[in-house]
Each structure stands twice: as C-alpha cells, then as structure tokens.
Design a protein around this ligand. Sequence first.
Ligand SMILES: Cc1ncc(COP(=O)(O)O)c(C=O)c1O
Length: 410
Amino acid sequence: MIGEFDPKMSFSTNILEAGAYFRDPATNPEQLPIHLATAHNAEDLDDLQKRYDEKGFCYNRYRNPNRSALNELINYIEGNENTETVCFGSGMGAICASVIANTKAGDHIVSGDTLYGESVEIFTNILGKYGVDVTFVDFTDLDAIKAAVKPNTTLFYGETVANPVIAVPDIHAISEIAHANNAILIIDNTFMTGALCKPLSLGVDIVVNSLTKFYNGHSDATAGSATGRPELIKKVFGMQQLMGNQAAPFDSWLVCRAVRTLELRVKKQSDNATALAAAIEKLPYIKAVYHPSLESCPQHDLATKQFNGHYGPMFSVILPEEAECPDWKERMNKFMRTLKLCHYAMTLGGYRTTMSYPPMSSHSDLTREQRYAMGITDGLLRFSVGIEDTNDLINDFTNALEAAYGDLRK
Ligand SMILES: Cc1ncc(COP(=O)(O)O)c(C=O)c1O
C-alpha cells in the first residue's frame, strides 16, 4: 500500500506522508525502495485480474511502484480526492499525451502566445499534420481569447506564468470562457508548482507540470505529470501506454524525495525573486524588470490573489540594448561572467540561481521581429532564483550589474 495522509492535517505535514511508503510488514522501510523490475509476478488468472482492477503491478510500462507513489504525491499537491495523476518521463511527455488524448482531426485550439517553445511545436508541427488547427493569442487579454473561439474549439491551453515576460493570465476567467464553449482548459503549472498555485481549484480541467524543474529542484531527474478528473486522465493514461513515455522508477524515486521539501524551497525561491526584482528595478540603467510582485506588473493584483501572496521564482530583466550602448553584448557578457552565484544553464527550477538568454534558447527559432512582438528584446535575461541567502544574492547581482553598466548611471 502506498502512503496515507490525513485530510485534516496541513499541507506541510501531508506533503511528507502522501505516496510515502509501502506498509510492508516484512521489511517496513522508512523510504520506498527503488523498484527496477520490469514485471511483477501474478499468482494466477484471478490475481492478475485483481491487479488490473485495483491498479496493481504487472508490467512496468503500465504501472510501477515508484511511479504510482509519485502519481499519488503529485495528485495530493495539484489535485484532490476527485482527481487522478499520471507521471511521465518528461514535462513534454505529459503535455503531448494530455493534448493529443483530448484532440481529434477537425478540432481547434486557442493557446497562449508566449508558451514554452516546444509546446508551440506540438501545436504547429505535430497536431497541424493531423488536422488540428491552433490560434495563438495574448492570454492576458480576455477579449482576444473570446474573439479567437471558433465553433470547433475544443481545447484552451496556457501557462500559469507566461515565459519569459512573466505575464499572468486570469486562469479562472479563462476556464469560464472555455467551459461556456464546451471546451476544456489545460494549464502548464511548471513555473509556480502546486505549492504556490492550484490551477484545478481555479476551474482548470488538466494541469500539467515539468517535474524536471521546481518540483524536483535538484537538476538531476527528468519527469512530468498530468492531473485532472478521472475521465480525462483515463484517456491520458491510455495515451501513455501507447506512447511509452512513462516516468522511470529511479527518476520517480528522486522526484518523490525532492518533493518533500518543495514548499520550503519554492516559497524561499519566490521570496528571493521578489527581493531581487525590487532591488534591481531601482538601478537607473535597468530598462525593465518583469516579476508579478512589482507594482509595474499589469497583473500584480491578479497575481496576489491567484498565487496566495507569493509571486514565483522566475523573473526577467531588460538590460541596456543597442539604443543605449552599441557594446550592449560585451556588457551583458561581462555581467554574466561577473556573477558568482548565478549560473548560465539550459534549465531552470534548481535550488541554485540560474539564468537563460531566451533569444538563444527557448525562443531561438523565432525571427527578431516575432521576438520583439512578444517583448523578448535583445537585452532580456531570464532568471530562475534559488534558495541562497537573500542578501548574498542581492549583493552579487548589484555588484555584477555595477561592474558592467555602472558607468551608464545618469
Ligand atoms: C514551462 C515549461 N513547460 C514544459 C517544459 C518541458 O519540460 P521537460 O524538459 O521536463 O520536458 C519546460 C522546460 O523547460 C518548461 O519550461
């Protein structure tokens, strides 16, 4: 049996108990062992049927004890007693299966226009080939969303926080538009996690996550999840059986272990991002800082309500560009090299602060004009803030910015 939790207990306690261990009297381990077996022996035909009926174990591609533990743990965090979760080998696995299981030829999708680049590719390069059409709109503009709806719209798709301009869509309002049009809403919660935002409680039908990022938080496992009502997740699980993109036992075990400290990490990361964004915004040569904690964020009040007083660990900065200084690139390189506590990495969500340059990674396939239309200008750097001491981080960033741009002070 996989771990139990008491609904009367608080989130901080239950996150340690949900999906925690098998109560196996013979060994009773304090931590769930890693089950690498590809198959589990059944006693006879009745036993096999029982395993099918009770979601027991027979073949790893269908179910595995470590993956089932992770399913239960993520379901506790993202969902409730009326939902189910299925975990994948990556966030993209979860997104592909959830979208493909819920669309068919002739359907139309309304999608946010600043998604993770590979989510855009599923809509355009994959689903387009199978007769599914997509319209990309600004998900912070409810009128634009309504105007994009067609008679064959069956799916709405967005992210809790739009990457990398860190804009916040009104998830509840979008779910109402989706449901009024007999469509479902899928939201990618990777940037916030269920510790800061619970999209299902805002009316979302399926919430997907890249567990590779903040959920795991240690930059050493790749996994994803999809959570929603059983009738929707049954279709997603069926798709997973065929795609064969399940979360591996070891990665499931690693993510389960890391998730016990999710709340501690993500709240600290979020508070660090808030402090850092405020400190950087004050510097005279900074063109813009994008973080929902700032009054300058057009969705600041919505974010306060939607994220329960936290604003998330992701923020972006627009540094001086060609117009301010022709040597903007050298200066950006100098800033990046001078930072001691922030690494330049092709991922996000780890316990250490990292940065990325979207024009050369997530948005490198776009033309400069397309990028600029999305607000992703040449001076934009995106940060995933870690759990370092707040003052150490502020000092490190301020020092590196001064070294690169201090002489531009007006
Ligand atoms: C918002 C978002 N969703 C999904 C993904 C895909 O996750 P994975 O790399 O685990 O497939 C990423 C990856 O960076 C992401 O940033």
